[in-house]
Design a protein around this ligand. Structure first.
Ligand code: BG6
Length: 496
C-alpha cells in the first residue's frame, strides 16, 4: 500500500455526528470558501459527521459553482459522484448584497426555526462588512441568542482597528457566540503540542528555563506573495506573526491549564501574551529583522522578486516578506530563554516546525576526544511530514571505544497512523457547531497580540532603512542568521 493511499482513508471510524445545522456562509464565491470551507465541509460530510439534516447556505453577489470547487480542491481519489450529489443537495445559494438592505429577503426562507438546528454565520467577507452584516442579521430577525458567528483575519491592522471590528461584532453577538479563527489552531500537529505537553509525564518537569536553552519557531513557505492583492498592506508581521506564530508560542510557553475548557486554556495563553517583553524603540533594531525577497530559484524553478510581482502602483513597496524576532517571556518559567521566531515567503522550502533546544548535560563522564555530547533537541514538525523527533545521544555501535552519536527518535505521523490527516478547517468548522471554543481566539488574546506587535510595526514604519534583501530560495536575509548567531546559537535546518 502506498503512502498516498493510506493518507486517503477516512479520518476515523470513531466519528461522532454533530447536531443538524444551518451554516450560512457569507462570501460564498470567495477564495476562502472555495479552497477551504466547502472542501472541509465535504470531507466531514463524506465521513458521515453530518447528513442531509444539515444545510449549507451560501450567500454571495454571484452564484457559486459548487461542483467545480469541490472537484478542484478535494483529492481526486476522495471524491465520489454519489457523495458529491448528496452534498450538493444540502447546499443552496442566496444572491444577496450585504451592503444593500433591499436584497436581504431570501435568507429568511432558508433558515429553519428549530432550536435543535444550530445556526451559524460564517463571515468570509472583508472585515469592514462584518458590522453591517451583523446589524442586518439582527434587523431581519435571523439572530438567535444561541446562534454563532465565525470571523477570521485580518481582524484589524493594529490594536485600534481590531478593537473597532470587535466592537461592531459584539454589538450583536456576545463573546460566547463569536468564533475567531486562527486556522493554525485547527492543525492536527498544533493540537498535538497540547497532547505532547499535557498527556505525558516526560516533558513537563523539564519544560522550563532550568532545562531548556531556547526555542525556535519557524514557519517557512516557498510560495511568493507579490501577486496577492492584500499582502502588500499586511506584510509578514501582521499576516503570520501576530496570529499563527504567536499562537504557537503561547501553546509552547503556557502553564498547564486546569482542564481543556475553552476559557481555562485561553486564560493561560493570555498570561503568556501579557508576559511577552515589549520590543520597543531601540530594541526593535536589535531584536527583529525584516526582509524582502529578490529573484532566485525555489525548488528548482526560477522565481521573480517581490518587487517584480507587484503591480505598477505598488512598486518600491517596503513591505516585509520575511520576519525574524527574538522574543522573550518575562515570567518564572521562561526568564532567560529566548524564543527565536521566523517566517517568510519564497524560502527554500515549505517547512514549519518548533524546536525545543535543551541545555547541555551538567557533567560528561565520556572522553571528549570525539566531541562533547550534544544537548537534546525536540523537534515538532507541524507541516509537511508531520511528526515529532527527539534527538538523543547514543553509543555508536561496534568496537572502538565509547563514541557517541546523535540520533533522532522519530515519530512520523504518516507512518504511525493510517488515517488521512484532516485539514484545519474540518475541525474548526464543526467545533463551531459543537459550541466548542477552545481552538478559537478570545478577544483579549487577540488584542494582547496586537499590543505586542504594534510597536514593532511602528518602529519599522518610521525607520529609514528598507527591509534586508534575500535571495528567493534561501533561508532569508543574513540578518536573521546574525540575530541568533550573536547569541552563540544557530537555526535548526536539519532535514530540510
Ligand atoms: C494565512 C496567510 O493565514 O496562512 C498566508 O494569510 C499563508 O499568507 C497561510 O500562506 C499559511 O497557511 P498554511 O496552512 O498553508 O501554513
Amino acid at each position: 500500500m502506498t503512502y498516498h493511499d493510506r493518507s486517503l482513508k477516512p479520518v476515523s471510524s470513531r466519528i461522532i455526528p454533530v447536531q443538524p445545522f444551518d451554516y450560512v456562509v457569507f462570501g460564498a464565491t470567495g477564495d476562502l470558501t472555495k479552497r477551504k470551507l466547502i472542501p472541509a465541509l465535504y470531507h466531514r460530510f463524506k465521513d458521515g459527521q453530518f447528513d442531509e439534516h444539515s444545510r449549507i447556505i451560501g450567500v454571495s453577489r454571484s452564484k457559486l459553482s459548487d461542483e467545480e470547487s469541490i472537484e478542484a480542491f478535494v483529492e481526486p481519489s476522495y471524491l465520489d459522484k454519489k457523495t458529491i450529489e448528496r452534498f450538493i443537495g444540502i447546499c443552496s445559494y442566496v444572491s444577496n448584497d450585504v451592503t444593500d438592505e433591499s436584497k436581504w429577503a431570501d435568507l429568511g426562507d432558508k433558515l429553519r426555526d428549530d432550536p435543535k438546528v444550530v445556526r451559524a454565520f460564517y463571515l468570509a467577507i472583508a472585515p469592514d462588512l462584518f458590522g453591517p452584516t451583523c446589524e442586518y442579521i439582527l434587523k431581519k430577525g435571523y439572530y438567535r441568542r444561541d446562534a454563532r458567528v465565525v470571523i477570521e483575519k485580518p481582524l484589524g491592522h493594529d490594536l485600534a482597528s481590531s478593537i473597532a471590528i470587535n466592537d461592531e461584532v459584539s454589538r450583536i453577538f456576545k463573546e460566547d457566540q463569536v468564533y475567531r479563527i486562527d486556522h493554525y489552531l485547527g492543525k492536527e500537529t498544533v493540537q498535538n503540542l497540547l497532547a505532547l505537553r499535557f498527556a505525558n509525564i516526560l516533558f513537563e518537569p523539564i519544560w522550563n528555563s532550568a532545562h531548556i536553552d531556547h526555542v525556535q519557531i519557524t514557519v517557512a513557505e516557498s510560495v511568493g506573495a507579490g501577486t496577492r492583492g492584500y499582502y502588500d498592506e499586511s506584510g509578514a508581521l501582521r499576516d503570520m506573526v501576530q496570529n499563527h506564530i504567536i499562537q504557537l508560542l503561547c501553546l509552547v510557553a503556557m502553564e498547564p491549564p486546569a482542564s481543556d475548557d475553552a476559557n481555562a486554556l485561553r486564560d493561560e495563553k493570555l498570561k503568556v501574551l501579557r508576559s511577552l517583553k515589549p520590543i520597543v524603540n531601540g530594541d526593535v533594531a536589535r531584536a527583529t529583522v525584516r526582509g524582502q525577497y529578490r529573484g532566485g530559484s525555489v525548488e528548482g524553478s526560477a522565481v521573480a522578486s517581490y518587487q517584480d510581482e507587484l503591480p505598477e502602483d505598488k512598486k518600491g513597496s517596503r513591505t516585509e516578506t520575511f520576519v525574524a524576532i527574538k522574543a522573550e517571556i518575562e515570567n518564572w518559567r521562561w526568564a532567560g530563554v529566548p524564543f527565536y521566531i521566523r517566517t517568510g515567503k519564497r524560502l527554500q522550502t515549505r517547512a514549519s516546525e518548533i524546536v525545543i533546544q535543551f541545555r547541555p548535560i551538567p557533567h560528561s563522564i565520556f572522553d571528549h576526544a570525539e566531541g562533547a555530547p550534544k544537548p537534546n533537541r525536540l523537534v515538532i514538525r507541524i507541516q509537511p511530514d508531520e511528526g515529532v523527533k527527539l534527538f538523543l545521544m547514543i553509543k555508536d555501535p561496534g568496537p572502538g571505544g565509547m563514541r557517541l552519536r546523535e540520533v533522532p527518535l522519530n515519530l512520523s505521523f504518516a507512518e504511525a497512523f493510517s488515517e488521512r490527516t484532516p485539514e484545519a478547517y474540518e475541525r474548526l468548522l464543526l467545533d463551531v457547531i459543537r459550541g466548542q471554543q477552545t481552538l478559537f481566539m478570545r478577544r483579549d488574546e487577540l488584542e494582547a497580540a496586537w499590543r505586542w506587535v504594534d510597536p514593532i510595526r511602528e518602529a519599522w514604519d518610521t525607520a529609514t532603512d528598507a527591509p534586508q534583501s534575500y535571495t528567493a530560495g534561501t533561508w532569508g536575509p543574513t540578518g536573521a542568521i546574525a540575530l541568533i548567531e550573536r547569541d552563540g546559537r544557530t537555526w535548526h535546518e536539519d532535514g530540510h
